[in-house]
Design a binder for this molecule. Structure first.
Ligand SMILES: Cc1ncc(COP(=O)(O)O)c(C=O)c1O
Length: 397
């Protein structure tokens, strides 16, 4: 296999198409799909050297694989990270990045506004192993500061948050974490690598559900953790080899093809989301509208500082609570009801009864997830069709 030159000197669009390509002796144009569990060796001596780390190459696809390597390299070059490890799902990435470096007696601080499964990991899973956790209002820097303890090892947040699209100040939170010797892990799913680079803002680790925008076409699950070489060597390398949350080579190949179009998809979807937000902001049936690209977003200043543009998602609340939201969802003809996001097809979610139904009603209210709140993930359809579809659906509210 011949490795392509690094694409790090090129702009993100070029890195998304060429980053990390490994070409076999056949000189294929598209990335090769290596559906193989293992590898063979010319001699027993070579096999021994490979296991000792003295001979470069692959050993077993739970550890690594040429197609998976290409995906990891392309993400490394896009994100400006030193190293990466991919995983079977976004939740495998979140769980591994948080859990692998910790031990009993450590302490984790996380923002309350988390995707439901991430909240489960922090709130329910970690304490079972004697890891203490504190949940804070992620927008309140004093709460992060006050939560720091001598045994705090990790800060964890997502921004923009799911589903209310609050934007947390990553640079300021990273400074607080580092002042106490802790690391900051950022779930960058909602922002996408196109609009936000947490590592350049001071975060230590970035995680993605590649299931979302990176595939972006509803096909397969995947995840990735990006960080320094040292974090991976010290905390992830052995943990992942032995516990095996590995990405399948087939999914890595699909995700590689997804990366080729990530930039143009995210740009087009963001443009549509912005137009939808402007249309909804004026609508009499809409009682609240949140869109990180608008001047009326509560953290508009932070958005300007840390994000390249708004988001492919829009949050809005309709009149009539749950009944109103359900009428709107049921009347939509183009956007489909789903708990997924970041897809080429527009998807619409009622968080209170799906992604966040596990939360107590008071906890949902505290996060701003009211019964009438809807999350709209803009797809690649024409923005005017989506706006007209929403307008006819809102008439039913
Ligand atoms: C913010 C966020 N993080 C993590 C995940 C988990 O990703 P996956 O479904 O690929 O496990 C999701 C969505 O499911 C998400 O929205």
């Amino acid at each position: 296999m011949s490795e392509s030159e690094t694409t790090a000197r090129y702009r993100p669009e070029t890195r998304l198409v060429h980053g990390g390509t490994l070409r076999s002796q056949f000189g294929e144009t598209s990335e090769g799909l290596f559906l193989t569990q293992g590898y063979v060796y010319d001699t027993a001596e070579q096999c021994e050297a490979r296991f000792k780390g003295q001979d470069p190459g692959f050993i077993y696809s739970r550890y690594s694989n040429p197609t998976i390597s290409m995906f990891e390299r392309r993400m490394i070059e896009l994100e400006g990270a030193e190293a990466a490890r991919s995983t079977a799902t976004g939740m495998a990435a979140v769980t591994t990045a948080i859990l692998a470096p910790l031990k009993t007696g450590d302490h984790v601080v996380a923002s309350k506004a988390l995707f439901g499964s991430c909240l489960y990991v922090v709130q329910d899973l970690l304490p079972r192993y004697g890891i203490e956790t504190t949940l804070v209002d992620g927008l309140d820097l004093d709460q992060w500061q006050r939560a720091l303890r001598p045994n705090t090892k990790t800060f964890f947040l997502e921004s923009p948050t799911n589903p209310t699209l609050d934007v947390l100040d990553i640079a300021a939170i990273a400074r607080i974490a580092h002042s106490g010797g802790a690391r900051l892990i950022v779930d960058n799913v909602f922002a996408t690598p196109i609009w936000q680079s947490p590592l350049s803002l001071g975060a230590d680790v970035v995680v993605y559900s590649a299931t979302k925008h990176i595939d972006g076409q509803g096909r397969c699950l995947g995840g990735i953790i990006l960080s320094s070489e040292a974090f991976i060597a010290e905390h992830l390398h052995n943990f992942m080899r032995q516990t095996g949350p590995s990405l399948s080579p087939f999914n890595a190949w699909v995700l590689l093809k997804g990366l080729e179009t990530l930039g143009i998809r995210v740009r087009a979807q963001t443009e549509s989301a912005a137009k939808i937000a402007d249309a909804l902001a004026k609508h009499p049936k809409v009682t609240r509208l949140v869109y990180p690209g608008r001047a009326d977003h509560p953290q508009a200043e932070t958005v300007k500082r840390q994000m390249g543009a708004g988001s492919t998602l829009v949050g809005f609340e309709v009149k009539g609570g749950k009944a109103g939201a359900f009428r709107c969802l049921n009347a939509l003809k183009i956007a489909r009801i789903s708990n997924n996001l970041g897809d080429a097809k527009s998807l619409v979610t009622h968080p209170a009864t799906t992604t966040h139904q596990r939360l107590a009603p008071e906890a949902r209210a505290e996060l701003g997830i009211s019964e009438g709140f809807i999350r709209f993930s803009a797809g690649l359809e024409h923005a005017d069709d989506l706006i007209e579809d929403l307008a006819q659906a809102l008439e039913k509210v």
